[in-house]
Design a protein around this ligand. Structure first.
Ligand code: HEM
Length: 489
């Protein structure tokens, strides 16, 4: 009991010492309890739902406290835009969480998505954008790769012969193949057992990163020293990195600097430049982490959006028919869709945008961190605060969208049926840390969606319940599994 009293006094003292200062004009928020802060207010499996409730109570800018870390949550279009666009650099940093060390990140500027704001991140982001953009260079352009994969996907769906099936694996496989060929020069046949295993590992690793335990490990990193705990908590992630190591090692064996086959080759060529390149982040470990980031950020996001798209077509068959009429009219039944068709297809374009808005695939974005002391809507936010951008509250902002909680493609059409994009359409976020793969993702969504609807009509199997419209959250918001029948057109 003496030990108990000692531990309680020690914890309260520690808490008192680490508690935030009382800044004037700091954003409001729920009452913070000793040691755990405001963690009880958050459902870590569905943080976006908790944020929406707190948003109603405390307004567009409110604070939270995870144990001793300060968090500020930004809600609604005006607030998020002011922070990410008008004060872009102030909000451009990322928090570094102690669990990253166990996810393979050796220092704070490795990878892209979680790298601290600074010189190395800038160099890596620039290199990645340029390399993805220039990928045409005499070889297959990215668009051709996507179109080719869409063809393989249709053949795989055809072989289901109209039986009810879950699209998830095939669509995931197709989207991952686009990233894998671009980054590692490898594609995997549908049904390839090793690849199925990788996708399962990847899914596990997303589930590992969501939830309460990783948050607790970040706040009390000493727990990471418990023998075997990190290995147990992050086993999916470790296996995923092992797989990436095999792909990179294969490159090293066949690498020829005179012939750049893919992103990994382009990176290896930069590494050859020696010390200066090393200072810009071109190291072997960073090759693993940058390419793993592209894989992680670019696969599930896009394939989940496509699964929402097909689910909404099942729930709104009249929308599906209108898209198909436009496809038949502009592209016809024989020719494959290309990006040039997009401007002549306002309705299809509006449907894809509405799928992204209503599907709300990355509801709480990625966490940012203030790079310096700053001010937002009259509130003071100190340097080093973790910032959550509630993108869901932007995509469903009641002051912007006519029917925020309904699937309504007309949000993106004017009175004459012309495509319009409201500024609050921010599924890719905005500012310096905005999604690096937006162009590729938009190309994939258009080419895959139009190719699928050109070839098939998607219907709900007779004996199946109506699929749920609400999602399942594990860093990204995905539909609950559903079965579909693809009827060839
Ligand atoms: C970051 C959304 C596809 C690569 C992000 C962020 C969002 C997002 C919300 C966080 C931005 C922020 O912190 O403010 C999406 C959606 C996609 C998609 C909805 C598909 C529909 C892709 C693809 C790639 C990619 C295909 C890869 C080629 C990245 C990277 C970052 C990022 C590397 C981190 C950027 C940085 O920190 O500088 N994405 N993304 N994303 N995305 Fe995407």
């Amino acid at each position: 009991s003496i030990l108990g009293v000692f531990l309680t006094v020690f914890t309260l003292l520690l808490d008192f010492m680490k508690r935030r200062k009382k800044w004037s004009h700091y954003p409001p928020g729920p009452v913070s309890l000793p040691f755990i802060g405001t963690m009880l207010y958050i459902d870590f499996r569905n943080p976006h739902l908790s944020f929406n409730q707190l948003h109603k109570k405390f307004g567009n800018v409110f604070h939270l406290q995870n144990c001793w870390s300060n968090l500020v949550v930004l809600n609604g279009y005006k607030t998020v835009k002011e922070a990410l666009v008008h004060r872009s650099e102030d909000f451009a940093d990322r928090p570094y969480f102690p669990v990253y060390e166990h996810l393979g990140y050796g220092n704070k500027s490795e990878g892209i998505a979680v790298a601290r704001y600074g010189h190395v991140w800038k160099e890596q982001r620039k290199f990645t954008l340029c390399t993805l953009r220039d990928f045409g260079m005499g070889k297959k352009s990215l668009e051709e790769r996507v179109a080719e994969e869409a063809g393989f996907l249709c053949s795989a769906i055809n072989s289901e012969e109209g039986r009810p099936f879950d699209l998830r694996f095939l669509v995931n496989n197709a989207v991952c193949n686009v990233i894998c060929t671009t980054v590692y020069g490898e594609r995997f046949d549908y049904g390839d057992e090793t690849f199925k295993k990788l996708l399962k590992l990847f899914e596990n690793s997303l589930n590992e990163e969501a939830g309460f335990l990783p948050q607790l490990l970040n706040e009390v990193p000493i727990l990471l020293r418990i023998p075997g705990l990190p290995q147990k908590v992050f086993q999916g992630q470790k296996a995923f990195m092992d797989f990436i190591d095999v792909l990179i090692e294969k490159h090293m064996e066949t690498w020829n600097p005179a012939y750049i086959r893919d992103f990994t080759d382009a990176f290896l060529k930069e590494m050859e430049k020696g010390k200066a390149a090393e200072e810009n982040g071109f190291t072997y470990n960073n090759l693993r982490l940058v390419t793993a980031d592209l894989f992680a950020a670019g696969s599930d996001t896009t394939s989940t959006t496509l699964r929402w798209a097909i689910l909404y077509m099942l729930l709104h068959p009249e929308v599906q028919s209108k898209v198909q009429a436009e496809i038949d009219n502009v592209i016809g039944k024989e020719r494959s869709p290309t990006m040039k068709d997009q401007v002549s297809m306002p309705y299809t374009n509006a449907v894809i945008h509405e799928v992204q808005r209503f599907g709300d695939v990355v509801p709480v974005g990625l966490p940012h961190r203030t790079y310096r002391d700053t001010e937002l809507q009259g509130f003071f936010i100190p340097k080093g605060t973790t910032i959550i951008t509630n993108l869901s509250s932007v995509l469903k902002d009641e002051t912007v969208w006519e029917k925020p909680n309904q699937f309504y493609p007309e949000h993106f059409l004017d009175a004459n049926g012309k495509f319009v994009k409201p500024e609050a359409f921010l599924p890719f976020s905005a500012g310096r840390r905005a999604c690096l793969g937006e162009q590729l993702a938009r190309m994939e969504l258009f080419i895959f969606f139009t190719t699928l609807l050109q070839k098939f009509t998607f219907v709900l199997p007779e004996d199946q319940p109506r699929p749920r419209q609400d999602g399942h959250f594990a860093l990204i918001n995905s539909p609950h599994p559903y079965l579909v029948q693809a009827v060839p057109r």
